[in-house]
Structures are given as structure tokens and as C-alpha cells.
Design a protein around this ligand. Structure first.
Ligand SMILES: CC(=O)CC(=O)SCCNC(=O)CCNC(=O)[C@H](O)C(C)(C)COP(=O)(O)OP(=O)(O)OC[C@H]1O[C@@H](n2cnc3c(N)ncnc32)[C@H](O)[C@@H]1OP(=O)(O)O
Length: 342
């Protein structure tokens, strides 16, 4: 069994040792086996959401795919992470299994319309000896909403390997999920009625991602903090070993969730009037499982000119850096008006 050193670029299998030769395509169908088995049932639980719907594109023609939506933010703009994840799925479809997603760069050029599907047009830019590049346009109403370039590399180990050290934080088992925190706040007898509606709306959102904030916010008691945030994150449900490209697509979906908000943390006196991701870049460093808890370390080194720059690092529980991302977003804010105490 070929031992894959940690730190290899996203490979064809999510395990760190693998000598299998999985199929050439981005296989999203549940693995073969007994469909009634507990494993297959667990498998179906997630694949009915992120894998069999959001990241399972319909092939319309060669290099042309169609994606649908599962969850749409209250802004009624398509969630950027969905468009990135679907674009990477489309790009990966024409890339052999001996090549691994190592980076993507994209611009969000128009808001996505949740009322119509998204078409993904893939352009096979170059198939090099080690690197293969695909360009993808996400299209709605005949216009691009996202332009994305993704690069894939053949496995090429190297003696040059280093990474930062993962922050020391409590394990996810010691923390509450976002839903559990909201229920805890809703259980407070002195919670004002006006807050209950907002918290119940948050509870009703069916985001296919589980989150455990390391430093949970005290709802509605906003205080200024450094533009840094840490939370444990994983895709809801079960994906399994599967194809590493699939885990990269799920990580791309996850990476855009709650990232831009990091830039707002130092400004409790303001709320976003218009906030949207402008671009998003991502680098995949090592094998990982997007359906297992990973630590998402977010920070914003800069904000200005109605924009904020945010960066994220996704860490495996064993301290290996799995992926990094950077994003700039437009942030138009207005002062928070609080009822006077007089
Ligand atoms: C935070 C998340 O939720 C993360 C996400 O997933 S966001 C989803 C992914 N990202 C996107 O959808 C962004 C897609 N890109 C775009 O929509 C456009 O490129 C863009 C809006 C960013 C810029 O386009 P543009 O034509 O230059 O628009 P712009 O002049 O900036 O105006 C954009 C909006 O800001 C408003 N606006 C402009 N100036 C403003 C100001 N000074 N104060 C407040 N609002 C202002 C405009 O009224 C407009 O609002 P509507 O769309 O409701 O009309």
C-alpha cells in the first residue's frame, strides 16, 4: 500500500494511505454495496443534500453542466460557496484521477439568481505534463455571474514541506453547535421578544454545514473584537473516503461561509447594509475529510474603501494544514441605531 505523506496535494483518496485507483470521473454517486446497510443509509443522509444535489451537476453537453440550489442566504443572492463548489466540480469533470485540485481563483461578477439554475461552461485551457488548468464561467440569463480558474497537479512529493502551527483551541466535543447556542439563548427567560424572532429565523435556516464557534458570541451584546474568528466546521452528514476532489469541492463550499463577517468584528457600531464577496482564492495543501471536524481560522488583515480582505486556514484535527483561502468583499455599512435609554 503506497504510503502518502501528509502534505501531499489533494489526492484521489481522502485517506493518507492509498494504493487504489479510483474511477476517472468525479464520482458523486453513493458507493456500491448494500443500499440497506447502515453505512449506505448514513451515506445517503448527506448525499441527499450537498453531494447528490448541490455538488451533483447535470451534464448538458461536453464541458457544459447545470447546477441547482439547496440553501439561499437571506440576501436572496446565490451563496458564493455554492457557485465556487459547483464550478470546481465542473472543472474537475474533465481532469483525470491522477491529478489533484491544488488551487482556484475566482471573481463574483454578478449576483446569482436563486430563481433559475446555473450553467457551468468549462474551457480546457491547458493539459500540461504536471499541471492542468480549467477555466469555468458560471452563467445565468446569458451572462457570467462567476469566472473561475482552477489548477490541478500530478502528485509530486518534495523535501520542502513546512506549515504554520495550528492554534490551540478546545476540541469540538467541548463546544456547542450554532443551533445549540441559539436554543440556549432562546431558553433564557429574560430574552426580549424582538430577539426571539431573529433567533428562530436563524434556527430555521437549513445550511448543510455544521459549525461550533470556539468563542461563541453573546447574542445581541455586541462588543468590539479583533478581526479574528475560530470555529470548528464540517459538512452536515456523511461523505466517506470518496474522491478527494469531492472533498475539495465541499471545502470550497464551506470556505465562503461566515468568512467575510470577520472584517466586521471590530465595528459593533455598524451593520452591513450591503455585503458580498468580490473574489475568492483557495489553495489545497493536504488530504482531508470535509465531513469531519476541521478548525477554520479566519482573520481580516485589512479593511478600507468599502472593502474588506479576509483570509482563512482550514486545519485537520491532527494539526495538518488542509487548505487556505483569501477573499475580498464589498462592505457597505451604516451605523447601528439603538433605542435611546431616555
Ligand atoms: C457575504 C456573503 O453572503 C458571501 C456571499 O456569498 S455573497 C455572494 C457572492 N458574491 C456576489 O454575489 C457578488 C456578485 N457581484 C456583484 O453583485 C457586483 O459585481 C457588485 C454589486 C459587487 C458590484 O457591481 P456594481 O454594478 O459596481 O454595483 P454597485 O454600484 O457597487 O452597487 C451594488 C449595490 O450596492 C448598492 N450601493 C452602491 N453604493 C452604495 C453605498 N454607498 N451605500 C450603500 N449601498 C450602496 C447599490 O444600490 C447596489 O444595490 P442593489 O444591488 O440592491 O441595487
Amino acid at each position: 500500500m503506497a504510503e502518502r505523506k501528509v502534505g501531499d496535494i489533494c489526492g484521489s483518496s481522502a485517506s493518507t494511505t492509498s494504493d487504489d485507483h479510483p474511477k476517472d470521473t468525479l464520482d458523486l454517486k453513493p458507493e456500491d454495496g448494500d443500499p440497506e446497510s447502515p453505512e449506505a443509509q448514513k451515506d445517503q443522509d448527506l448525499k441527499s443534500v450537498l453531494v447528490t444535489s448541490v455538488l451533483n451537476l447535470e451534464e448538458i453537453d461536453v464541458d457544459l453542466y447545470r447546477g441547482t440550489h439547496h440553501w439561499v442566504p437571506r440576501t436572496q443572492r446565490l451563496f458564493g460557496g455554492q457557485i465556487i463548489g459547483q464550478a470546481l466540480v465542473a472543472a474537475a469533470k474533465s481532469v483525470g484521477d491522477n491529478l489533484y485540485a491544488h488551487s482556484l481563483h475566482c471573481y463574483f461578477v454578478r449576483a446569482g439568481d436563486p430563481k433559475v439554475p446555473v450553467l457551468y461552461q468549462v474551457d480546457r485551457i491547458r493539459d500540461g505534463r504536471s499541471f492542468t488548468v480549467r477555466s469555468v464561467r458560471a452563467i445565468q440569463h446569458g451572462q457570467p455571474i462567476l469566472i473561475c480558474q482552477a489548477s490541478f497537479q500530478m502528485l509530486q512529493p518534495s523535501p520542502l514541506q513546512h506549515q504554520f502551527t495550528m492554534p490551540a483551541v478546545p476540541p469540538p466535543e467541548d463546544l456547542l453547535t450554532a443551533e445549540e447556542l441559539i436554543r440556549l439563548y432562546l431558553s433564557k427567560p429574560d430574552l426580549a421578544e424582538k430577539y426571539k424572532l431573529g433567533l428562530n429565523k436563524l434556527l430555521a435556516i437549513e445550511v448543510p454545514i455544521e459549525i461550533k464557534p470556539v468563542n461563541p458570541p453573546v447574542f445581541y451584546k455586541v462588543t468590539a473584537s479583533e478581526p479574528k474568528n475560530l470555529f470548528w466546521v464540517r459538512a452536515r452528514g456523511y461523505i466517506g473516503e470518496g474522491n478527494m476532489k469531492l472533498h475539495c469541492c465541499v471545502a470550497a463550499y464551506v470556505s465562503d461561509f461566515a468568512l467575510l463577517g470577520t472584517a466586521l468584528l471590530p465595528y459593533p457600531g455598524y451593520r452591513a447594509q450591503f455585503a458580498a464577496s468580490l473574489d475568492h482564492a483557495m489553495w489545497f495543501h493536504s488530504t482531508f475529510r470535509s465531513d469531519e471536524w476541521m478548525l477554520y481560522e479566519c482573520e481580516s488583515p485589512w479593511a478600507g474603501g468599502s472593502r474588506g480582505l479576509v483570509q482563512g486556514r482550514l486545519w485537520r484535527r491532527d494539526g495538518v494544514l488542509a487548505a487556505s483561502c483569501s477573499q475580498e468583499g464589498v462592505l457597505r455599512v451604516k451605523p447601528v441605531t439603538r433605542p435611546s435609554k431616555l
